[in-house]
Write a protein that binds this ligand. Structure first.
Ligand code: SF4
Length: 383
């Protein structure tokens, strides 16, 4: 419930409307987890709320997997009878995904060094500047249980869509993670990415309701939030209408330099080809210094060749958008037939884009060993 809904709830119980504001303050700012603890309300009202069956709380972190790089992956369980879990990820130092997007936090990121091949696995060279503490932490959250989009490189796709998350379940993941790490909103600044399980723009109303809760009630900045879409054109069109005070930044999960390859890798492209996605993105009024991000997963031999980089550079320039490219070396997953690109191919790709004048950043793989990295979220319980 947002503050207005809480107000209506209070009025419905014969209380003054401003009690709703007190409740919102207690639930979202003070993050109190039980009715009895809301001491700004009179005891009699707390007892009445409890007697009428009102509950406050948040999703429970049911399981934690910790990576050697400090990343934590969570199975988060809601309070609904189906007991289904979704995944959220905490990256204490982010993954470089914010770099170069025009806001203050992005400028603080040092670009990660080139990927290195060690014992058959890719690992990123450390960032060249010292850790900037909490300013770099990033929380990645889910918007749906499973996903219907069927990107061929993604483990979540294997689940299919199980159901949409409610606004409370989406925002609740964030608050559960903030609590776990003792984050003080307003003092510690964390980044938020809607890039976990699901396609946020296929659960648009709940996704945006969650954003409004997080911005207006919890107090997080929309300029530190990024939503990634596989290119759901009607969703992008609605997003373009959102006021800048609550609109997160936008990332398009592009992953291919042309429609032919993209339709293979992301069948959704047959419905909304690249040009239609770009047209919809053009309607988004960017804030000053803001950039659109094109996410690009490099699949060994499929999308990582020098000619793909050159074609991608032409595509990005042709859009005329203030944009940057985030490269992600594909993270392996069981039952998916792609291969991780060679580190030299990643570096050549990056250099080619840079030489063509396209701002390009390499996202550092985080939590691969615990299936927490991009495209790996499938409620895998080993790891
Ligand atoms: S990459 Fe995102 S949109 Fe595509 S299947 Fe995976 S979760 Fe869904």
């Amino acid at each position: 419930m947002n503050a207005e809904e809480l107000r209506e709830c209070m009025v419905g119980m014969g209380e003054p409307g401003w009690r709703g504001r007190q409740l919102a303050e207690a639930l979202y700012r003070q993050r109190i987890v039980d009715v009895e603890g809301i001491t700004t309300l009179p005891k009699a009202l707390r007892q009445k709320l409890a007697k009428e069956g009102w509950q406050v709380g948040r999703p429970r972190i049911a399981q934690v997997f910790t990576s050697v790089d400090g990343t934590e992956r969570y199975l988060v369980q809601g309070q609904t009878p189906d007991g289904l879990t979704v995944e959220a990820v905490w990256m204490p130092e982010g993954d470089g995904g914010e770099a170069g997007d025009g806001f203050e936090d992005g400028s603080k990121y040092a670009e990660a060094g080139p990927l290195r091949q060690t014992q058959g696995r890719l690992s990123a060279a450390p960032a060249t500047r010292a850790s900037l503490g909490r300013d770099r932490a990033t929380i990645c959250i889910s918007s749906q249980m499973g996903c219907a989009v069927n990107c061929q490189f993604c483990l979540t796709a294997k689940l299919g869509l199980q159901r949409n998350l409610t606004a409370g379940e989406i925002a609740g993941q964030v608050v559960a993670v903030l609590d776990r790490h003792g984050v003080e909103v307003g003092k510690d600044r964390v980044n938020l990415v809607f890039m976990g399980m699901g396609e946020p723009f296929l659960n648009y109303d709940n996704f945006m309701a969650a954003v409004r809760l997080l911005v207006e009630e919890v107090g997080l900045s929309p300029q530190r939030m990024t939503v990634s879409t596989s290119g759901i054109v009607p969703g992008i069109e609605r997003f373009a209408e959102e006021p800048p005070e609550v609109r997160p930044k936008l990332a398009i999960s592009l992953n291919a330099p042309n429609d032919a390859i993209r339709s293979e890798v992301m069948p959704i492209n047959r419905k909304w080809p690249i040009e239609s996605v770009v047209d919809a993105v053009r309607a988004v009024r960017l804030r000053s210094r803001e950039r659109i991000t094109f996410e690009y997963v490099l699949l060994g031999g499929v999308t990582d060749q020098p000619e793909h980089a050159a074609e991608l550079a032409r595509l990005v320039r042709r859009t005329g958008l203030s944009a940057k490219v985030n490269l992600i070396a594909w993270n392996p997953g069981p039952g998916i037939a792609y291969t991780t690109p060679r580190s030299e191919a990643v570096e050549t790709f990056r250099r080619t884009l840079a030489a063509e004048g396209v701002p390009v950043y390499l996202r550092r793989p985080r939590g691969r060993d615990i299936y927490a990295a991009c495209g790996q979220l499938k409620r895998t319980v080993e790891g």
